[in-house]
Write a protein that binds this ligand. Sequence first.
Ligand code: ATP
Ligand code: MG
Length: 874
Amino acid sequence: MTAKEIRESFLKFFESQQHLIVPSAPMVVKDDPTLMFTNAGMNQFKDIILGNREPKSRRVTDTQKCLRVSGKHNDLEEVGHDTYHHTMFEMLGNWSFGDYFKKEAITWAYQYLVEVLKIDPKNLYVTVFEGSEEDGLERDNEAAQYWAQFFPQDHIINGNKHDNFWEMGDTGPCGPCSEIHIDSRSEEERKLTPGAALVNKDHPEVIEIWNIVFMQYNRKADGTLEPLPQKVIDTGMGFERLVRILNGKQSNYDTDIFQPLLKSIGELSGFKYGQSEKTDIAMRVIADHIRAIAFSIADGQLPGNAKAGYVIRRILRRAVRYGYTFLNFQEPFLYKLLPALIQEMGEAYPELVAQKVLIGKVIKEEEEAFLRTLSTGINLLDNIIAAAKKEGSTQIAGKQAFTLFDTYGFPLDLTELICHENGLSVELEEFNAEMQKQKERARNAAVIETGDWQYLNNGETESCAWDKTECSCRILRYRKVEQKKKVFYEIVLDHTPFYAEMGGQVGDQGQLVNQNETVEIFDVKRENNMPIHLTTKLPENPNAEWTAKVNVEKRHASEANHTATHLLDQALREVLGTHVEQKGSLVTPDSLRFDFSHFQKVTAEEIRQVEKLVNRRIRENIPLQDHRDVPIDEAKKLGALALFGEKYGDKVRVVQFGNSIELCGGCHAKYTGQIGLFRIVSESSVAAGIRRIEAITGSAAEESMYYMQDVLTQISEMMQSKNIQEAIKKTIEENAHLQKQVEEATQERLAKMREEIVKKSVTTPEGIHIVKQVFVQDIPAQFVKDLAFQIANILPDNTLCAFGSKFDDKPLITVMISKDLVESRKLHAGNLVREAAKLIQGGGGGAPHFATAGGKDTTGIDAAVEKVLELAGL
Ligand code: ATP
Ligand code: MG
């Protein structure tokens, strides 16, 4: 079977068991503060498992794009070094939300693998949870008994809490799990060591392929377990691992999923896969990472220096670094692998094809930037190595290796490699200590302690944010949250007019009010599809009835900015072209920000054109047409703009203002006229091929005009002219003229001084000219230097100049020695001034021929000049 056929057979099998096939959620998670990337099939069902949302079907099946490079699941260091962990992979899964449980899940898993795929059960092993004393749980005998229908006892292995007890987080749904492992070693090897002995032992050919989780408990904040009201089956099978087994290969990379990429890397680098362990690892790393990078960018996550963007940047850098170190790539190469990737996956993932130009540009620019950083780092390391050698050390400090790692993206092995070539090693203990410190810092920053939900009423939240800014409500539940020593409370309401942050629009602020008290809501976030109201003070009587009041002024400002964002999007597509795709947005009451794909700077004229178009549509006062619950296909027929990497349901909301039609869940003005005025305040670049526009509307735009008017008025007053352009031009001309005069006067003065100084110079019996001068008036350093050089022209031989001067209360010693004197008397101007500068509380230095030194104490100038002569023996 081909990879595609295997994927389909899984979905078909579970469809025949009444499962609904649902699409993969995007790999990049938006609007969830707790998760950056989808790392398991269950992520998109979290709200169903937590009971916040009713499932469309109690049985579903899918294949999910996952990325395991951060947080709880981080396989990055394994990837490439082994042959079965990837950064990005597909996870096949089947779910039961309060429907079937262990018996069916186990039976179907067996039937699919053995009866449908014809895998020999002799090579399969299953694990069951052995129990845990601290949790008061005994062995999962129930699961073991169902497995025993299909497997002999020596294929059913006990596993500990770490491997066989799954938990959503510190609190929440959890339960035992069974993993299915497969032994793909040769007959002879199997005879020597039974597979059972190698399960969960990191053997590359005895690997886990499927995990079946039986969620039956809820863990509370105090650590105790209670039964889950609705039990859940959550399974995940690694698609790439399954394909490898069915293709009869020893490594995931030998399957048709990765072969075209490896071939392409081979052609670009001149290395052959299978040639040596080191180059093989590098080729696997690159083949794996290009998938993760390209898919993330297609999903809208660009490499950056924070959060999810930084994770992608690190993956990209890891790939570049392996290519650079082991495959001799000195120039960007990753982006050249895109055609091979698109050839392989473009059909199943049209977003790759649609955005291939952008993806290529972004990757290439990142590569270039990182290769520059690498070479800076290598220079730095060369210096560190030279210094260590000079000191006769055989090691470089762990701290230095850590700086290279942290700032220049040099992993330890690269630093070690380069050190090794120079006969040095890295002091590892210190490096590890620094690494540990950094990890702790990250951990402390991330620790969030959440208490148990306190339930007051049952039910789910109904939102009226699109229609109202005020409604009466009750609190359904609340809990305490602590982060970085700050305490706040999360409140869930039965009805809410508050908009919860999503799709770039920030959450509302406002109050919960009744006769007795007022509770300030400082933000509203969305967690697992539920609006969570944040406050620092818990109501005294949470059971009371409340009026929820949104801060209307801020809300209306946000609405105006959101609607303006749509008009901006539309105008950009008209002025620049339909290649403009939204790549991110931020809508707050104060301003709006819009990122979009476009390959050059937007010119000033284009900006003006866009502003004019938007303002014209504001004046046209176009009404909002709010289409709700539109089937997604109909919305697409309407021509609604959708975003890549965004998760849309079957029914969507379409926001229309005239010809601006977008899928959108945000709050909008009722008429475009409410925006008042639109002004773009900046245009910049965010990444290769991505531009950013920031703009303001309404009263903020009005204020900005007043500000500009005020500035102009003030300038006009200062210039005492109504025609400020003319006045400024005149001033600039006058200024240039004056400067020229000053320059001439200075030259004259210099000439006069020069003459006087030379006249005053003395000649020693040996014929050495000593030109000594302490200036009493303030003289700029450059002036003194010019003087010294001019004197050198008049007295080119046998001359020593020693000047003391000051400017702005800062003393300066200047010494100039003619070349012949430097040689014949072994003099060094730098050394002379350094020593003499001590008398003016300063320091300095320079060449043998010319040097200056500044200081702090002007009273020492005379003594310092004398010191120079004394030191020179004159
Ligand atoms: P492993 O111990 O091999 O890392 P896991 O226990 O982390 O696996 P689960 O979290 O149970 O795996 O995920 C379910 C399935 O997803 C696994 O059985 C495996 O087939 C697959 N899988 C997990 N991590 C990866 C990965 N990094 N690359 C490819 N497939 C993976
Ligand atoms: Mg794992």
